[in-house]
Design a protein around this ligand. Structure first.
Ligand code: PEP
Ligand code: MN
Length: 290
C-alpha cells in the first residue's frame, strides 16, 4: 500500500507500528499458518473453555469446516464478579490438549501481568482483551514475550489509541502484533456493540499489522455474525474471530452470540465466496491428527 491519505490521526508516535516504518505487510507465522498474508485466517471456538468434551467436540467441528486457529478463554473478564470466571490453569491445559489432538494452534486471553508466563506456556497467541487494551503494564509485559499478541480494540478506544497499544507491545520488543476490531460502544442499544468496519481500511492505511474482525462481540447476536464476517473480509480484514459453541443455549458465557457448529459451517461456505471475490482464499486448516 503506497500512499498515506490525509486522516485525523496523529501517527508520529507509531515508530514501529506505522506504515512509514514498514511498507510491506507484517505476516505472522504460526507453524505453517500465516496471519496477514494473502489468505483469510479464521479463528473459531467457544467464548470460554468449559470442559474437555466441549473443547474437543467444538474444535474438531470448526476445524473440519475450515477454521485455522482455536479460541477459548481460560481467564474470563466478566462484567459481574458472580458470573463464570473461567477454568484458569485447568482451562489452559484443556486448550493445549485439544490443540495437540486437533493440530489447531490456540489463542487465549491473558488478563494480568502475573499470568503472562503461565499463559505463554500453553498458548500459541496471547490475547489482550478489550477491557485491557489500556493496561500499559500488561502491554509492556506481553511486549517481552516471544509469543504473538492479538490486541482487541478497547470498547471506547479511538483508532489512534488502538494503534498506540500495538506500539507499546512493539516498543518493548515484540513486533508480532495482530489487531482485532471487536466493536465499540455507541448510542445504539439493539446490538451489544457497533462493529466499526470503517476501522479496517483506516488501520490498513496506517499500519502494516494484520487485522482481524470479531463480529460475535461486535454484534452480540449469532444471526448477525455471518453477514458481518462477510463484510469484514470484503473491506479487507485479514481474518475473522468467531464464537462457536456445541450447545449455545447451555454456554456459560456469550451463548446468544455463538454459532452452532452447523451454523459455522454454513457461514464458512459464504465466507469462501467472499474471499474469492476479493482475490483471496480461506487459509487451509493445520495438519489434523484425528
Ligand atoms: C473474548 O474474545 O473472549 C472477549 C472477552 O472479548 P472482548 O475482550 O472483545 O470483550
Ligand atoms: Mn465472548
Amino acid at each position: 500500500m503506497a500512499q498515506i491519505y490525509k486522516v485525523n490521526v496523529n501517527t508520529s508516535a507509531l515508530k514501529k507500528a506505522g506504515r512509514d516504518t514498514y511498507k510491506e505487510n507484517t505476516v505472522i507465522q504460526i507453524g505453517d499458518l500465516k496471519i496477514g498474508g494473502s489468505d483469510v485466517v479464521v479463528i473459531a471456538g467457544p467464548c470460554a473453555v468449559e470442559s474437555k468434551e466441549q473443547m474437543l467436540t467444538t474444535a474438531q467441528a470448526v476445524r473440519d469446516s475450515g477454521a485455522t486457529i482455536l479460541r477459548g478463554g481460560a481467564f474470563k473478564p466478566r462484567s459481574s464478579p458472580y458470573s463464570f470466571q473461567g477454568l484458569e490453569e485447568e482451562g489452559l491445559k484443556i486448550l493445549r490438549l485439544t490443540s495437540q489432538i486437533t493440530g489447531l494452534p490456540v489463542i487465549t486471553e491473558v488478563m494480568d501481568t502475573r499470568q503472562v508466563e503461565l499463559v505463554s506456556e500453553y498458548a500459541d497467541i496471547l490475547q489482550i482483551g478489550s477491557r485491557n487494551m489500556h493496561n500499559m503494564a500488561l502491554l509492556k509485559e506481553v511486549g517481552k514475550s516471544s509469543k504473538p499478541v492479538m490486541i482487541k480494540r478497547g470498547m471506547a478506544a479511538t483508532i489512534e489509541e488502538f494503534l498506540l497499544a500495538a506500539e507499546y507491545v512493539m516498543a518493548n520488543g515484540n513486533e508480532q502484533v495482530i489487531l482485532c476490531e471487536r466493536g465499540i460502544r455507541t448510542f445504539e442499544p439493539s446490538t451489544r456493540n457497533t462493529l466499526d468496519l470503517n476501522a479496517i481500511p483506516m488501520i490498513k492505511q496506517l499500519t502494516h499489522l494484520p487485522v482481524i474482525v470479531d463480529p460475535s462481540h461486535g454484534t452480540g447476536h449469532w444471526w448477525m455474525v455471518p453477514p458481518l464476517a462477510n463484510a469484514a473480509i470484503a473491506v479487507g480484514a485479514d481474518g475473522v474471530m468467531i464464537e462457536v459453541h456445541y450447545k449455545p443455549e447451555e454456554a456459560l458465557s456469550d451463548g446468544d452470540q455463538s454459532l452452532t457448529p452447523e451454523g459455522f459451517n454454513e457461514m464458512m461456505e459464504g465466507l469462501n465466496k467472499v474471499a474469492l471475490a476479493v482475490g483471496k482464499k480461506i487459509a487451509s486448516p493445520a495438519m489434523s491428527l484425528v
